[in-house]
Design a protein around this ligand. Structure first.
Ligand code: CTP
Ligand SMILES: C[C@](O)(CO)[C@H](O)COP(=O)(O)O
Length: 254
């Protein structure tokens, strides 16, 4: 008699092994510590990485949160409130790679006792504005989906194609979305897709593109402007303004 399959579980991988080169380039705003990678910059008293971790820990479905650090990272133990005894659900993997793609793939390969149908939510440490409401929205939207998907926002601005700093073409924006994270896919499918892209030397910038290259169509789930990616140092000012208790911005209003 086949054993009763256990229900799929929900695991999180947070790639946090970047160096933040774009963030560190140019003049830094007052109060920014130039020696720290961006995921360790403080906003409203908490480092960006911990903001992201907290959003997941407020969601009961989450079985564990794996933070993928650079092997040489000694910031986490100094600056994260989840260092040391930390939290039973927060685990550190020192398998960061040369790219986000490799860091996520290494993280997936390091997970033990996974079931093929377990869900994996991959979220950038550089997106500290994530809320538990947005995580719950993504899980509710995808848990019965055959493929999985991602938080995203429809493009609202007119799009220009540029050459040498000049607008040479306006690209119709209808049907274009900006991908956010988390991006949520089944463990076996995601690991296979990322591994295949890596073996074929195809650098991908998000998990959904690997799934798309396998011929699947990830579902787009409305995210939030506060869940934007901190890329440049000036983004910290925007983030501080967006870390508000505004229910709509937090994804509380379904
Ligand atoms: N080798 C890498 C590169 C990036 N990331 C993570 O992927 C997320 C999104 O990447 P990005 O915003 O590009 O961060 P950085 O790579 O640090 O920034 P930059 O490209 O400006 O150097 C970040 O949480 C970053 O820490 C990672 O885990 N491993
Ligand atoms: C994954 C991502 O945040 C989706 O928009 C984006 O692709 C990350 O890009 P980055 O260059 O690694 O910041």
């Amino acid at each position: 008699m086949n054993p009763t399959p256990t229900p799929p579980r929900y695991f999180v991988i947070i790639p946090a092994a970047g160096v933040g080169s774009r963030f560190s380039a140019g003049k830094l705003p007052a109060g920014v510590d130039a020696t720290l990678p961006k995921q360790y910059q403080r906003v409203r008293g908490q480092i960006m990485l911990d903001w992201a971790i907290h959003a997941f820990l407020e969601v009961p479905d989450i079985a564990a949160v794996y933070v993928v650090l650079a092997p040489s990272d000694d910031y986490f133990n100094q600056y994260s409130t989840f260092a040391g005894a930390g939290h039973p659900l927060v685990k550190v993997l020192r398998q960061g790679g040369v790219s986000r793609h490799q860091s996520v793939l290494n993280g997936l390969q390091a997970l033990a006792d996974m079931q093929e149908q377990d869900w994996v939510l991959v979220h950038d440490a550089a997106r500290p504005g994530l809320t538990s409401a947005l995580v719950r929205r993504l899980i509710a939207s995808l848990k019965e989906d055959a493929v999985g998907g991602l938080l995203a926002l429809p493009v609202a601005d007119t799009l220009k194609r540029a050459e040498d700093g000049r607008a040479v073409q306006t690209v119709p924006r209808e049907g274009f979305w900006q991908a956010q994270t988390p991006q949520m896919f089944r463990y076996a499918a995601l690991r296979y897709a990322l591994q295949k892209m890596w073996q074929e030397g195809r650098e991908i910038t998000d998990e959904a593109s690997a799934i798309e290259m396998m011929g699947q169509t990830p579902k787009l789930v409305i995210g939030s402007p506060r869940n934007f990616k901190v890329t440049f140092s000036a983004d910290l000012v925007v983030l501080d303004a967006l870390l508000t208790d505004n229910l709509a911005l937090n994804g509380e209003n379904s």
